[in-house]
Write a protein that binds this ligand. Structure first.
Ligand code: ADP
Ligand code: MG
Length: 682
């Protein structure tokens, strides 16, 4: 039998085939679709004191008609009706355009209420509606819906009203009583009514609160149920690592692990030893010590007689990682090899052979790792660094080089918790939210471009002490060519400025990888003291002697990217500085510079970035793939999102959820979304 709310929209009184077609254009097909097509805002007809109303705001006022309305025609079929109203002790004009027929309805001394836009300077309301008689006849709020085609807002309002009065008895609760009570949420039927026809603003708030929670809970339940199915159906490998050896390895570090590192290592190792396939995201700000964590996990996999792979996006980074991992791991008789596209001929053959034999324990490289010719003997752990730079497809190919190896994604771009929960809902997330002790905060200053001389003076002081500096050039949207030109110009200027005092290098995306490499090497070895560069230095470069980072046109970068760039300095024991050259015009732009100067915490910055740019822009359009919610807002309702997430986890793990009738509607929801599979779950 078809549920009443699943019936076609034509079941609603007054909705015929023609109307149904128009509604179908708005993706409204069933009664339920219509009832859940919520207004995006309300017309607020509550009377207000004009003294509180801001210029340009919409308002409804009540007043007494003070003189005969005057009607003027102009142009073709255009008219203006002016009504003078006495509101309290003030005389206010209400102007109606192109509604000449209203003149008949209004007489002197009538009490009327008028709604429209308030012009504070002219004491005028550009009015759209007028009601005669004292106000408070009808509701204070009228819903405004997104509409398409011929159907107007008023028409849709009427249809929804009909739908509600005809079908409200069939609106069933979906949330269990326990949760409704715990959070004092109103029932679904009341909530739907109040979403459309609230009696008060409190009513509106309670309805919204309920639906925010419902949407997040359903979404989280679905994600987690799907993950449960995935876990149960694609078993991974059990890695029996040697804990004593791993401890010994950690003991060889010149520093104790931070407690965040310990926690994260435990989370990873727990995944490795279970039969589940690890699918974990490790987030940690620049310098939080992700490499050490990766090294521990890779070592553990080798003690379990598996091989490990580390894939990074650039050759420079691959070389740096290979070097530091060799240093850490080779004393423990682990063979670490580097494979990039510049490794060719005989050497390449040797590496590939020893990999297939299992003699190479750990392979580090760029996407060269995912080529067909690369075969592992027994791949147990795959780590990718800067995971967002690799496509989903590349990650899949690497994973398939073994039999369901454990996978760890690392990223230094802190992703706000809210987004991580949603976007990476199918992954477990570990966070390195603590910096190793003794790290100095990078002092950050915002300077206007006309202060360039002082900035150069400051740079010279640092250079005179043997330090080095980065100068990052403007980012010109969508034109790498212009970026390069900018870098070239700045390079010329600075080369002249520092003349034969200091050597200035140039780095940009148009250089071949050999050229980039040699520039980077010159900078690493301090043959070059100032490196002018486009944003290619963003990822992972490590030159501890560099203490100054100057960023031109800093307002063009997102906060997260500025933070990444800033992370190139502050890697040694000396105090480092970041100078943002920027003349932002907007308030938001200025705010961003101030935030950068205030905090070094990548997570705080990413949250701000999200707040200022919105979730769609955070990852860029291409990758967004963010879930869409009707009522909830991932940024502003993030607390509810976290609550719903932990509630969903508890529910999925509880016996009652899978058996008690209280949860039947939620189970039905999962079933209808393909998130209920396998006999066990029934
Ligand atoms: P990330 O990859 O997260 O940017 P790295 O792993 O490169 O960070 O670590 C940055 C620096 O901090 C390295 O020089 C590393 O040796 C050092 N480091 C890592 N963990 C610790 C720790 N627990 N205590 C002190 N220094 C650490
Ligand atoms: Mg790193």
């Amino acid at each position: 039998m078809i549920e009443p709310l699943d019936q076609s929209i034509t079941a609603i009184k007054g909705v015929g085939e023609e109307l149904a077609e128009q509604l179908a254009d708005m993706n409204l097909y069933t009664v339920k679709d219509l009832l859940e097509h919520f207004p995006y805002r309300f017309e607020d007809y509550r009377l207000r004191d004009l003294a509180e109303v801001k210029h340009g705001e919409r308002v409804t006022i009540e007043g007494k008609v003070h003189s005969e309305p005057s009607l003027v025609y102009y142009g073709k079929k255009k008219s203006r009706l002016t009504v003078r109203l006495l509101v309290g002790r003030h005389l206010v004009m209400a102007v109606f355009f192109n509604q000449p027929y209203l003149k008949q309805k209004i007489s002197i001394n009538d009490t009327v209420s008028v709604s429209g836009k308030w012009d504070q300077h002219k004491l005028t309301i550009t009015a759209t509606e007028i009601k005669t008689g004292a106000a408070s006849s009808g509701s204070d709020f009228e819903p405004v819906y997104a509409v398409k085609g011929k159907l107007g807002v008023k028409g849709l309002r009427r249809i929804i009203k009909n739908a509600f009065s005809q079908f409200h008895g069939s609106i069933d609760e979906i949330l269990p009583k326990s949760l409704l009570q715990q959070y004092k949420l109103i029932g679904r039927r009341d909530a739907i009514r109040s979403m459309h026809f609230p009696l008060s603003s409190e009513d509106m708030k309670q309805a919204r609160r309920r639906f925010v929670y419902e949407e997040f809970l359903l979404f989280q339940l679905k994600m987690q149920a799907l993950r449960k199915i995935e876990r149960e159906q694609t078993p991974g490998i059990i890695q029996k690592y040697d804990l004593e050896k791993v401890k010994e390895f950690i003991g060889s570090f010149p520093f104790p692990l931070t407690s965040a590192q310990k926690r994260v290592v435990n989370e990873i190792m727990a995944d490795m030893k279970t039969p589940y396939r690890m699918n974990r995201l490790l987030q940690g700000d620049v310098g939080s010590g992700k490499t050490a964590v990766a090294a521990i996990a890779l070592y553990a996999t080798v003690t379990a007689e598996f091989q490990g792979a580390l894939m990074v996006p650039t050759e420079i980074l691959a070389e740096q990682h290979a070097e530091s991992l060799k240093q850490m791991l080779e004393p423990f008789a682990i063979t670490v090899k580097l494979l990039t596209s510049s490794v060719k001929g005989k050497r390449r053959k040797e590496i590939l052979a020893s990999l297939a034999e299992g003699e190479t324990h750990i392979l580090i490289g760029t996407h060269a790792l995912i080529q067909d010719e690369v075969h592992f003997k027994r791949l147990g752990l795959v780590i990718t660094d800067e995971q967002h730079r690799f496509g989903v497809e590349q990650r899949r190919v690497l994973r398939e080089k073994g039999e369901n190896p454990d996978v760890l994604f690392m990223t230094a771009t802190p992703i706000p918790r809210t987004l991580a929960i949603t976007v990476f809902g199918e992954m477990d997330v570990s966070v390195l939210d603590e910096m190793p002790a003794g790290r100095k905060m990078i002092e950050t200053y915002w300077a206007k471009h006309d202060m360039l001389d002082r900035v150069l003076g400051f740079m010279e002081k640092e250079l005179a002490q043997g330090r080095q500096a980065y100068v990052i050039c403007p980012l010109i949207e969508e034109s790498e060519k212009l970026d390069v030109q900018n870098a070239i110009d700045v390079h010329i200027t600075l080369s002249m400025h520092f003349a034969d005092q200091y050597k200035v290098g140039l780095m940009h995306g148009r250089l071949s990888s050999d050229e980039k490499d040699s520039v980077m090497k010159e900078f690493s070895s301090n043959e070059v003291q100032v490196l002018v560069s486009t944003t290619v230095v963003e990822v992972g470069v490590n030159v501890p002697n560099a203490t100054v980072m100057v960023i031109y046109d800093a307002e063009r970068f997102g906060l997260s990217q500025l933070h990444q760039l800033r992370g190139r300095v502050g890697r040694g024991s000396d105090q480092s500085y970041c100078i943002l050259l920027a003349d932002p015009k907007s308030e938001v732009g200025k705010e961003r510079m101030r935030i950068m100067a205030e905090t070094n915490d990548g997570f705080v910055l990413s949250e701000k970035d999200l707040e200022l740019r919105g979730p769609g822009d955070f990852f860029g359009k291409k990758q967004s793939g963010l879930p869409e919610f009707k009522v909830a807002d991932m940024v502003h309702d993030y607390r509810a999102l976290e609550t719903a997430r932990s509630d969903a986890t508890k529910l999925i793990q509880s016996e009652a959820f899978w058996s008690s009738p209280d949860y039947e509607p939620l189970r039905a929801y999962l079933a209808s979304n393909g998130a209920l599979k396998g006999e066990k779950l029934d």
